[in-house]
Ligand binder design. Structure first.
Ligand code: ZN
Length: 296
């Protein structure tokens, strides 16, 4: 087990328990989340180390690693994913100012985003720890997908864009990845990172049952403020922040399931709609956010 007794972001010795959340997906084990009173960072206090965490990903429901649609909720998720894939492709194009170029998708899962970019004419590589997902992605889309250990073998300044869609919150060593991303980006290259926002309306509403705590798979729980501190510390500038508008529905439905609500799908869609409207007056309270980063 890894234990964070000081704040991983500002090294304050004063973090205290914020709440306790349950692993609803695999183990039913409980994990404490701590919050730093000095910088506001929320993190999972103690969690399995890299060699032991694999079993906490061993669920048929972990959609990004297992492509078969099981149940109504996953079917809706797969439809929504197609909408999001196109939005992500447009965001890459707009933020880099390029129609085609080279892109690395870190944590590419079953490779649908990487495949979308390849189809759009980009030169694509992926990084993925899960062997089954890696094999699926390279077989289906013909993309070179590497084990995370091989990231250091990629040549310097070789990518116009590096994407991490809901991935960074899983890294045991986020600083090591930040250093690799700095090395791999071409001058003027853009890194795009999507993360859950624990300062969102849905996080506040669902409390301990908020599905995006996703312990112990999520180790870091960023807000726009704490992510800016992290990025600065790693020599990146946050150039833009945008909401990921559909995530709130998925997270709200899962959170209703965690609460064992009656008709979680309908209830989650209704509350998700309410939060989506509330976010119109302030994107920083959105369920998930996309951060655009450039090297300082
Ligand atoms: Zn701190």
């Amino acid at each position: 087990m890894v234990v964070n007794s000081i704040c991983p972001l500002c090294s304050s010795p004063r973090p205290s328990r914020h709440l306790t959340s349950t692993d609803h997906l695999v183990s039913r084990e409980k994990f404490d989340l701590y919050k730093c009173p000095d910088c506001g960072f929320v993190f999972t206090y103690s969690y399995p180390d890299e060699k032991d965490i694999g079993r906490y990903y061993d669920s048929g429901e972990y959609i990004s690693h297992d492509d078969k649609a099981k149940g109504f909720l996953n079917l809706v998720y797969l439809q929504a994913r197609n909408i999001m894939l196109n939005r992500k492709r447009r965001l890459v194009k707009k933020s880099t100012g390029l129609t085609t170029g080279s892109i690395l998708d870190i944590g590419c899962g079953t490779g649908y985003f990487a495949g979308t970019m390849k189809k759009a004419g980009w030169e694509v590589k992926g990084i993925e720890p899960n062997l089954k997902a890696r094999d699926f992605a390279s077989g289906r889309f013909g993309i070179r997908i590497l084990d995370p250990e091989k990231i250091s073998e990629l040549p310097d300044a070789s990518f116009d864009c590096i994407t991490m869609w809901h991935v960074m919150e899983h890294f045991h060593k986020p600083s090591d990845y930040a250093a690799q991303i700095r090395r791999l980006l071409k001058p003027g290259g853009i890194c795009i990172a999507a993360l859950p926002n624990c300062n969102s309306h849905d996080a506040q509403h669902y409390g301990e049952e908020w599905a995006a705590w996703d312990v112990p798979r999520h180790l870091w729980h960023f807000t726009p403020d704490t992510f800016r501190v992290f990025a600065e510390k790693e020599d990146f500038a946050v150039t833009e922040i945008k909401p990921l508008p559909l995530d709130v529905f998925y997270i709200s439905v899962l959170s209703e399931k965690n609460r064992r609500s009656f008709m979680p799908f309908i209830k989650g869609m209704i509350t998700g709609t309410l939060f989506a409207f509330m976010t119109l007056s302030g994107k920083y309270r959105s369920s998930s956010l996309i951060y655009f980063l450039s090297r300082k």
